[in-house]
Design a protein. Structure first.
Length: 1006
C-alpha cells in the first residue's frame, strides 16, 4: 500500500475560489484600503494552492511539481493505473487529464499509473520547480519503468522504503543541483540498470543502506559533493561500477556473498575525487577485485577481505595526478593477493599502512610519467615482494616483514630506500640508481646483482639476528659505501670503491668482511673494521688510499681484528691509520704522506681516545712531515701506544706527536713506542739533543736499529702558549693556526664554520677543558637584544650540533668578548657598549663538553670604564687580558693610541649591577701599535705564571704583532678578517689542505 502523508494545506478547486472572491469584491462597499488588503490575501492564497500536474506523452509519464510540493513514489502491483505505480502528493491535489487504466489522479492526492513492464510507460519523469521533496518509497512489486527526477532549487530526495527497479532499461536519473539524495532508516534501493546522479558541487549522495543491491548496474555521478554507496552482492558474478566527479569524499562498501565480485571505480569513464576515498569490499567471495582509476586528490583507503582465492586491488590515477594512500588492507586465504598502484607519484599519510596478505601478497608500483616519487615508507607496512613497474624519480619502501624488491631493470633517477625488519633482497633485476641507495634491514641485505649500476650505497644492518646474517653489495662501475654492519660483509665494485666519504662505515659484529675493486679508498670519515678479519683486494694492484679532502679519513681495526691489504696502504694528509689489531700490508707496505697519521690507538672521527697496540706485517714508511701518533696515559703496558712492525720502519723526518691524558710524568719514565726488524732515520721535530717537550714534559727520544724509546728527562710547568687565529665575518668561519707564533707556519691551520653571516664571532674556553670553543652573538636588530650561541665541543673535535644558547641580553649595539670573571678557570661572556663606555660581564654556570640546550645567565655586572670612543678621542675597546696575578678575574680595558689602559680592579670582587671604575694601569710596553688596532693579549711565550703579553691585530693589513720574544709581525688571513688568540698551539690538524689551489683559495695575496 502506498504511504501518504497528511495534508498540510487548504484544498479546493482553484476556479471556485476565484469565483467566490470575485463575487465578494463586486458586492463589497468597504474602503479602498481594506479592499487592497483583501486582494493581497487572495493573491497569497492563490500562490499556495497551485496543484501538481501530470500528463502522458507517449510512453512517458510527465509529472510537474509546483514550488514547495512534495511527492512520494511507490508501487502496489504490476498492473494498470488501479494496481500499478502510485505518486502521492503531500497536501495538494493532482491536476491533469485522466486516462483510465493509464494514469488517473485528477483532483486527487494519489496519481495511479500503469506499472506493467513496457505495456504503457517506459519512463516516469518528475520535474520540480522549487523547494520540492521526492520520496522514493516502497515497491510491493518492482518498478518497471525508468525514473528521471529533475529538481530546480530542490529540497531533498529520500529513499524511505524498500524500492526495487524491475529489469533492463529501468534506469535511474537524478538531476538536482545542491540537493542531498539520502536513505531513511527503512530505505533500501535495488537497481536493475544504470543510475546517473547530477547533484552539483554541494549535493550529497548518501546511499548507505546495507541492503542496497547495485550489482551490474553502473552508477554515473555527473557531479556530487560527498558520496557514500553501500551495496550487498548475493549473485553469482557481481560488479559494482561507479564513475564521475565527486567534489568531496567518496566511500564505497560492498557486503554479501558472491562467487566473484568486482568493485570498479572510474574504470568506465573515469572518476575524480576532491576529498578522501574509501573503498571496502568485505563480501565473502571466491574471486574478487577492487579497481579504481581516476584523479584522487585526498588520501585513498582500500579494505579487501573475505576472498578465498584471490583479492586483487588496482589503483591508477589519470591526468598526471599523484596518489596518497592512507590504508590498504588485502586479505586472501589461499592465493597471494596482488596490489597494483600507478600514479605520477605515490605516497602515504604519516599514520597509514599497507597490508598485502600479511606480507604474503605481491605489490607492483609505477610512476605514470616515469619521473615521480614512490614513497611507501611507513614502518607498519606489510608488502611482500614489490615490483617497480616503471622508471621513477625516487623510491622509498618499508615493511615489517622481509622485502623482496624487483626494479625490473627500471632507472631510479635519484634515490632508492629499502627498509625491512627482516631481509632485503633486491637481486631479481639489476638496480640502476643515480643517487643514494639506502638499505636498512634486521637480517640479510642482498643487492649483488652483477649488472647493478649504483653510485652511493648506505647499509644499516641491526637486529637480534643481524650478526648471523650477511650483506652483499655489487656494482659494475664506481660506488661509495658506508653504514653500520653487524654480519658478514662483501662489497664488490669493478672499477672504483670508496668507503666513507659521506658518513662513517662501522662493522659492529666482529664478522669477516671483503672489499674488492679496481681501486679502493677510504675518504673523509672513519672506517671501523671492528674485530673480525677484513680483506682488501685492489685488482689493479694499487695501494689502498686514505684521503681527507673535506673531513678526516680514518682506517681503524679493533682489538684482535686483522686486515689483509697486500697491495699496501697510502695514508694521505690529514688522514689516519690506527687500531689495536693487525694490518698485513705485504711488500707494498704503509706509506705515510706529509701530515698523514699512524697511531696505535682506538680512534673516532674526532681523534685519539685510548692507547692501543698495533701490529704491521710489512714495511712502515713515513714521508717528511708524516705523523707518528703517540698517546700516554700511564707507564704500565696498555697505558701507552706501541707499534710493532714486521719489516722496516722508516721514520726519517717524521713528526712525533705526543698526547697525554691523566698522565703525571716522572723523570725516568720510559716507553718503547716502536719496534721493527729494522728502524731507519729519526723524527724530524726533535731538538739537537734528540729531545721533545710537550706540555712541560721533556722526552729523550732514543732510536736504535730495532726500536724507538721515550724517556722522561725533565718535568716542567704545563703552561701552553697561545696562538693566533681569525674570524671571517663574510663566511661565518673561524680559522685556527696551530703553530707557535715564534716559529710560525702559515700552512698549519684548520677552519670551522659556525653560525651565519651577520653573527659576531669570538672564542673562549667555556667548558674549562683547556681547549677553546667557538661562539657567536646574534643581533636581532640594531635596537633589540641579541643572544649568544656557544659551541660546547673542543675545536679539534668539532661537533656542529653541540651548542647551547642563552636568553636575550643587550641592546643590539654591543661587541661580544670573553673572559674569566670569577676565577674558576673557564671563560664567561661579555658585551661592550660604546655609547656609554660600559663593559657588561656575564657569569656562566658550569658547562660540560658537548652540552646542548639553553643555559641561564649568572651574575651580571655593568662596569663603566673610560670614555666612549669618538673621532676626537679614539679608543680601541674592548680589551681583555690577565696581567695581574693578584686578581682572580681577567681584566678589561681599551687601547688608546698605542697604549693599553686596563681597569685596575678584580672584577670577581664587584657586586652585580652597576659599577664605575676610574683606576687603571698600563701593561708594558707602554706604547705598542696605534689607533684602530685590535688588542689581542695572550700568553704567547707560555709563561709559567700564566700572565699575558701584549699583542694586536691590524685588519687593514691582516697583520698580527706580538710584543714579547722576537716581536714577530705575522701576515695571516685577509683584509677584513678579525684577529683571535687562544690556546690551540700544537693541536693536530683535523683537516689539512692537500692542494695548492685549496691553500690559495683561503690565503690570497694581501
Amino acid at each position: 500500500m502506498p504511504l501518504s502523508l497528511l495534508a498540510s494545506r487548504a484544498a479546493g478547486p482553484l476556479s471556485s475560489l476565484k469565483k467566490f472572491f470575485g463575487d465578494v469584491t463586486r458586492k463589497s462597499e468597504v474602503a479602498s484600503n481594506s479592499f487592497g488588503r483583501a486582494m493581497a490575501e487572495v493573491e497569497a492564497l492563490n500562490d499556495r494552492i497551485v496543484p501538481a500536474n501530470f500528463s502522458v506523452n507517449g510512453a512517458i509519464l510527465n509529472v510537474t511539481l509546483e514550488a514547495n510540493e512534495s511527492v512520494t513514489l511507490s508501487t502496489i502491483g504490476v498492473g494498470d493505473s488501479a494496481d500499478g505505480g502510485v505518486l502521492t502528493l503531500d497536501g495538494t491535489l493532482w491536476s491533469g487529464t485522466d486516462d483510465p487504466g493509464v494514469a488517473v489522479g485528477q483532483g486527487q492526492v494519489d496519481l495511479g499509473f500503469d506499472n506493467q513492464d513496457g505495456a504503457v510507460f517506459t519512463t516516469v519523469k518528475i520535474n520540480g520547480l522549487g523547494n520540492n521533496t521526492v520520496n522514493i518509497d516502497e515497491t510491493d512489486t518492482v518498478f518497471n519503468e525508468a525514473l528521471s527526477i529533475t529538481l530546480t532549487n530542490g529540497n531533498s530526495i529520500v529513499n524511505t522504503g524498500d524500492f526495487a527497479f524491475g529489469g533492463a532499461g529501468d534506469t535511474l536519473k537524478i538531476t538536482a543541483t545542491g540537493v542531498d539524495v539520502t536513505q531513511g532508516p527503512d530505505g533500501v534501493l535495488t537497481l536493475a540498470d544504470a543510475a546517473t546522479f547530477d547533484l552539483g558541487a554541494t549535493g550529497d549522495l548518501l546511499l548507505d543502506s546495507e541492503e542496497n543491491e547495485f550489482a551490474n548496474s553502473p552508477i554515473a555521478i555527473t557531479q556530487a559533493n560527498d558520496v557514500t554507496i553501500v551495496s550487498k552482492e548475493d549473485t553469482l558474478d557481481a560488479a559494482v561500477s561507479i564513475d564521475g566527479k565527486v567534489v568531496g569524499d567518496l566511500e564505497v562498501f560492498i557486503e554479501g556473498d558472491a562467487v566473484a565480485d568486482e568493485l570498479l571505480v572510474g574504470r568506465s569513464t573515469g572518476i575524480s575525487v576532491g576529498g578522501t576515498t574509501l573503498l571496502s569490499s568485505k563480501a565473502m567471495t571466491v574471486f574478487g577485485s577492487i579497481e579504481a582509476e581516476g584523479a584522487f586528490t585526498g588520501a585513498v583507503s582500500v579494505f579487501h577481505g573475505g576472498t578465498t582465492l584471490a583479492g586483487d586491488v588496482l589503483i591508477t590515477t589519470t591526468g598526471n595526478t599523484s596518489l596518497l594512500i592512507d590504508e590498504i588492507d588485502i586479505e586472501a586465504e589461499l592465493v597471494e593477493p596482488l596490489l597494483v598502484l600507478n600514479a605520477t607519484s605515490i605516497s602515504q599519510t604519516p599514520g597509514g599502512s599497507i597490508n598485502v596478505g600479511e606480507g604474503m601478497g605481491k605489490t607492483a608500483v609505477s610512476s605514470s610519467t616515469g619521473a615521480g616519487d614512490i614513497v611507501l615508507a611507513n614502518a607498519s607496512n606489510k608488502f611482500g615482494p614489490v615490483l617497480l613497474d616503471s622508471q621513477a624519480n625516487s623510491v622509498s619502501l618499508a615493511t615489517m616483514e622481509s622485502l623482496l624488491f624487483d626494479s625490473d631493470a627500471n632507472l631510479i633517477i635519484t634515490d632508492l630506500s629499502l627498509t625491512a625488519e627482516m631481509d632485503v633482497d633486491a637481486n631479481d633485476s639489476k638496480l640502476t640508481v643515480l643517487g643514494l641507495t639506502s638499505v636498512t634491514a634486521g637480517e640479510d641485505v642482498l643487492i649483488d646483482n652483477a649488472d647493478n649500476d649504483l653510485n652511493n650505497v648506505k647499509v644499516i644492518q641491526s637486529g637480534d639476528d643481524a650478526d648471523e646474517a650477511e650483506v652483499k653489495v655489487f656494482d659494475k662501475n664506481t660506488v661509495t659505501f658506508w653504514g653500520s654492519i653487524a654480519g658478514e660483509l662483501e662489497v664488490i665494485s669493478t672499477n672504483i670503491l670508496t668507503l666513507g666519504k659521506i658518513a662513517p662505515l662501522t662493522l659492529t659484529g666482529g664478522k669477516d668482511s671483503v672489499f674488492t675493486s679496481g681501486t679502493i679508498s677510504v675518504e673523509d670519515f672513519a672506517v671501523d673494521l671492528g674485530t673480525g678479519m677484513s680483506t682488501f683486494d685492489a685488482t689493479v694492484n694499487s695501494p689502498i688510499s686514505i684521503n681527507s679532502p673535506n673531513s678526516q679519513g680514518i682506517l681503524f681495526v679493533g682489538d684482535t681484528g686483522e686486515v689483509e691489504i697486500l697491495d699496501g696502504v697510502k695514508v694521505g694528509a690529514g688522514s689516519v691509520l690506527a687500531g689495536d689489531g693487525k694490518f698485513e700490508v705485504g711488500a707494498a707496505g704503509v706509506d705515510v704522506q706529509p701530515m698523514g697519521l699512524v697511531a696505535a690507538a682506538n680512534v673516532s672521527p674526532f681523534g685519539l681516545i685510548t692507547p692501543g697496540s698495533l701490529d704491521i706485517t710489512g714495511d712502515l714508511n713515513f714521508s717528511a712531515g708524516g705523523i707518528f701518533g703517540q698517546e700516554i696515559t700511564g707507564t704500565d703496558p696498555g697505558e701507552f701506544d706501541t707499534i710493532a712492525v714486521d719489516g722496516t720502519a722508516d721514520i726519517t723526518d717524521a713528526t712525533l706527536a705526543i698526547a697525554t691524558e691523566g698522565y703525571t710524568a716522572t723523570v725516568g719514565d720510559s716507553f718503547v713506542i716502536l719496534t721493527a726488524d729494522v728502524v731507519t732515520g729519526t723524527f724530524g721535530n726533535l731538538d739537537d739533543m734528540d729531545q721533545l717537550t710537550v706540555d712541560g714534559v721533556t722526552y729523550m727520544v732514543t732510536t736504535t736499529a730495532t726500536d724507538v724509546t721515550l724517556e722522561v728527562v725533565a718535568v716542567g710547568p704545563t703552561v701552553q702558549a697561545d696562538g693566533i687565529g681569525l674570524y671571517r665575518p663574510s663566511a661565518a668561519e673561524f680559522v685556527f693556526n696551530t703553530s707557535d707564533v715564534f716559529n710560525f707556519d702559515p700552512n698549519a691551520f684548520f677552519t670551522i664554520g659556525f653560525g651565519i653571516v651577520g653573527d659576531q664571532g669570538f672564542i673562549g674556553d667555556f667548558t674549562g677543558d683547556g681547549i677553546v670553543n667557538v661562539a657567536v652573538y646574534r643581533d636581532v636588530s640594531d635596537t633589540e637584544p641579541g643572544f649568544f650561541i656557544i659551541n660546547t665541543s673542543p675545536i679539534n673535535a668539532f661537533d656542529s650540533s653541540a651548542f647551547i644558547t642563552t636568553p636575550f641580553i643587550g641592546n643590539g649595539d654591543e661587541v661580544p668578548f670573553a673572559g674569566d670573571w670569577d676565577g674558576d678557570g673557564d671563560d664567561d661572556l661579555g658585551l661592550y657598549r660604546n655609547a656609554d663606555a660600559t663593559y657588561v660581564t656575564i657569569n656562566l654556570p658550569e658547562i660540560a663538553p658537548g652540552q646542548t640546550g639553553e643555559v641561564a645567565l649568572g651574575l651580571t655586572r655593568n662596569i663603566v670604564f673610560g670614555n666612549p670612543s669618538s673621532p676626537t678621542n679614539p679608543t680601541d675597546p674592548p680589551a681583555v687580558g690577565n696581567f695581574n696575578a693578584a686578581y682572580a678575574a681577567d681584566q678589561i680595558g681599551f687601547g688608546a693610541q698605542g697604549t693599553l689602559d686596563m681597569a685596575d680592579v678584580d672584577i670577581a670582587t664587584l657586586p652585580a649591577g652597576n659599577s664605575s671604575i676610574s683606576a687603571f694601569f698600563q701593561p708594558s710596553p707602554l706604547v705598542f701599535g696605534t689607533t684602530g688596532d685590535t688588542q689581542l693579549n695572550g700568553n704567547y711565550t707560555g709563561e709559567v705564571d700564566g700572565l699575558d703579553q701584549r699583542g694586536l691585530y691590524r685588519s687593514e693589513s691582516a697583520t698580527f704583532s706580538i710584543s714579547s720574544g722576537s716581536q714577530p709581525n705575522i701576515v695571516f688571513g685577509l683584509v677584513g678578517d678579525q684577529g683571535l688568540t687562544g690556546n690551540f698551539v700544537g693541536l693536530l690538524l683535523p683537516v689539512v689542505p692537500t692542494t695548492e689551489s685549496l691553500v690559495d683559495s683561503f690565503f690570497e695575496e694581501v
